[in-house]
Design a protein around this ligand. Structure first.
Ligand code: GTP
Ligand code: MG
Length: 630
């Protein structure tokens, strides 16, 4: 498993896959989250409005209530309260009343701040709901889609990359929604509202108060564009680090067996150091930017303050208005400095969304035919089947024709790479043949609904995969409700029951990741038991007893034969003893069916079968002789 191979592409750093944003996808993944966005947006608006009101209330308090020379022709600012509030103040006793009851102004401020806090809470919590909702939708869609993609798809993509798209790409999108999406709106709204209020008071001072803002915004863009590469490098380095960990953990046996710990450790230390270096570089860059932009931001506030004081002394504006300018200026610097980062994250999120879209738009497995669900009895026929892998150049199977009656056992023999596994996979329609037909009970398998077809064919793969669960759970994975009796019976047939009973925890033994706590032969037999639970009319054993000794192999086959005559069985094996009792033996050579018949027929022909049988007999004779001498 190649983890994070394409990590570098994640953030859109190295080679961002330019993919236009798929708005249909955006709409689909937003399903059920609309109300959260609305509440969050309302929270945002209330928060901004109250944040802007606080300096205004303060300004009013200074200009109207506090300044003693107000009566001596002091020009109070333009930021008067709305008429209905002024009416109320007049009705309770005007300025005199407020001077005596200054706490009213304090209460007004507390009230604003409380609304601001509550609105901010709404904004943040509801956008979190929206983000989580969308990422859940994304994961559901991705997982659902992946489960229904053609088998071939999974062969050509790295598992690590897929896992990454389902986890960290989804996370990038979620983080953007939760942290940045509303920030864009917030920044724009703040700038617009501030501009309107400030321009209304004094255009010239407004100009002075925003004079450095373009520099701040521009440097933010330039900076975040520049650190993109560093971000990419750090990301890539992290990817390499986790790939190294992953590989070491997966291949722990190989690492130990070949005494590679030291080398692997050195390798890891090197990657770890590289990761540290890249991250430090990034942190330095960040430190430079934030400190420099802090300086510019404070300079801007200073300019605003100085010019404001000057204008106040000159009598152009009131003290309260100066306060509003200074407050607004400091409120604006932070979001403006963040703009570049938001846009950079927007880029990242859209790249991530593109990578997710790439999976979601991969065509699903189709039903080429009529999707019938007939009751499957188990007779199988191949008619002139040719097959080649899409990514391969040559045909892997050429002109394969044979018939297997219901209940027959068909054995397949052939050197490695001759196409045995490919042949049985065709039967499950994991691939479709290039030409020719495969019929089950006379129906072309292309016309059988794929789930129905696959449920009717029990297969034990050449490399069985077990879940990291208990043996019991593994065996009854197809039918979790199955009784223990049935599980035991299947396990008996697979000659694993006694072995499992011998374990300390019996059937509750947890099989380690990929079955590491079981021996190769035990694993194969658990997989056979699992397949038997499926009660399929056709079963396939793809070299499934290669790790089982000859005696157990024979016992399993006897038990299988005794169990159900009606089961059509395909057995792939290299052992003549396993094959010889089959009703029909198919011999494959370079993808061609070179011989077929029973053991007795084939042994009399000159050919691959006889050659292999002779060699195996000879070896067995030698073995017994040696055993006899000893
Ligand atoms: P053993 O299991 O080793 O005994 O071999 P087999 O007879 O089961 O061979 P299999 O059917 O797995 O492979 C037949 C040929 O197809 C071999 O030459 C493989 O290299 C090739 N092959 C298998 N899978 C793929 C695939 O996904 N793509 C391509 N292009 N070739 C494949
Ligand atoms: Mg094989």
């Amino acid at each position: 498993m190649e983890v994070k191979k394409k990590k570098k592409k994640k953030g859109g750093e190295e080679a961002p896959e330019k993919r236009p944003v798929n708005y249909k996808l955006v709409r689909r993944i937003m399903r059920g989250t609309g109300k959260y966005f609305v509440i969050s947006a309302l929270g945002l608006i209330f928060a901004i409005v109250t944040a802007y009101l606080v300096p205004i209330v303060t300004s009013f308090t200074i200009d109207y209530v506090l300044l003693p020379y107000a009566e001596e022709g002091y020009q109070a600012g333009k930021l008067a309260m709305p008429q209905f509030i002024m009416n109320w103040i007049e009705s309770v006793g005007g300025r005199e009343f407020l001077i005596k009851h200054l706490y009213v102004m304090a209460l007004a401020l507390v009230f604003m701040t409380a609304i601001n806090a509550f609105s901010t809470y709404l904004r943040r919590s509801y956008i979190a709901y929206a983000g989580e909702g969308i990422s859940k939708n994304l994961r559901d869609d991705l997982y659902g889609h992946l489960a229904n993609l053609p088998f071939d798809y999974h062969k050509h993509v790295s598992t690590g990359d897929l896992v990454q798209r389902c986890t960290s790409d989804v996370d990038t999108v979620r983080r953007f929604i939760q942290n940045e999406l509303l920030e864009i709106i917030r920044t724009v709204l703040m700038v617009v509202i501030a501009a309107v209020i400030m321009l209304g008071i004094d255009p010239k001072l407004t100009l002075w108060s925003v004079i450095l803002m373009p520099i701040l915004a521009l440097s933010s863009f330039v900076y975040f564009k520049a650190v993109k590469t560093s971000f990419g490098e750090a990301d890539e380095s992290e990817g390499k680090l986790s790939a190294a960990i992953q590989e070491n953990l997966t291949g722990v046996r190989v690492v130990r067996a070949f005494g590679q710990q030291k080398r692997e450790l050195d390798n890891f230390t090197e990657k770890n150091a590289d990761y540290r270096k890249k991250n430090l570089k990034l942190t330095y860059l960040m430190a430079y930017y934030w400190s420099a932009s802090d300086a510019v931001g404070y300079l801007q506030i200073l300019i605003s303050l100085c010019v404001g004081v000057y204008f106040t002394i000159k009598g152009r504006i009131s003290v309260g208005e100066m306060l509003v300018f200074v407050s607004y200026t400091s409120m604006l610097t932070w979001p403006v400095r963040q703009l570049g980062r938001i846009l950079a994250d927007l880029g990242k999120a859209s790249v991530s969304l593109g990578r997710i879209d790439e999976i979601l738009s991969a065509p699903l497995e189709t039903e080429p035919g009529r999707a019938l669900t007939p009751k499957i009895e188990g007779s199988v026929e191949f008619r002139h089947v040719d097959f080649g892998y899409e990514d391969g150049t040559d045909l892997v199977l050429k002109d394969i024709s044979f018939k297997a009656k219901k209940g027959e056992t068909v054995a397949i023999l052939g050197s490695t790479g001759s196409g045995k596994s490919s042949l049985v996979q065709l039967l499950q329609r994991l691939y479709t043949c290039n030409s020719g037909e495969i019929l089950i009970d006379g129906v072309n398998i292309n016309d059988i609904e794929r789930h129905h077809l696959r449920r009717s064919i029990g297969i034990v793969l050449q490399e069985p995969f077990l879940y990291s669960r208990t043996i019991l759970e593994n065996i009854r994975i197809v039918d979790p409700e199955a009784s223990e009796e049935r599980v035991f019976e299947a396990a008996r047939i697979a000659a694993i029951h006694d072995v499992v009973q011998g374990f300390e925890k019996g059937y509750d033994t947890v099989v380690g990741e990929r079955g590491v706590t079981l021996s190769g032969g035990q694993k194969q037999r658990v997989a056979i038991a699992r397949m038997l639970m499926q009660d399929a009319p056709i079963i396939i054993l793809d070299d499934s007893m290669s790790a089982v000794d000859t005696e157990t192999d024979a016992a399993i086959r006897d038990a299988l034969n005794g169990r159900r005559d009606s089961c059509t069985t395909f057995i792939i094996s290299h052992r003549i003893t396993t094959l010889c009792r089959a009703d029909k033996i198919l011999v494959l050579e370079h993808g061609r069916l070179v011989q077929q018949g029973t053991h007795d027929e084939l042994i009399r022909q000159d050919g691959l079968y006889k050659r292999i049988a002779d060699i195996q007999n000879m070896l067995e004779d030698e073995f017994t002789e040696e055993g006899g001498e000893a």
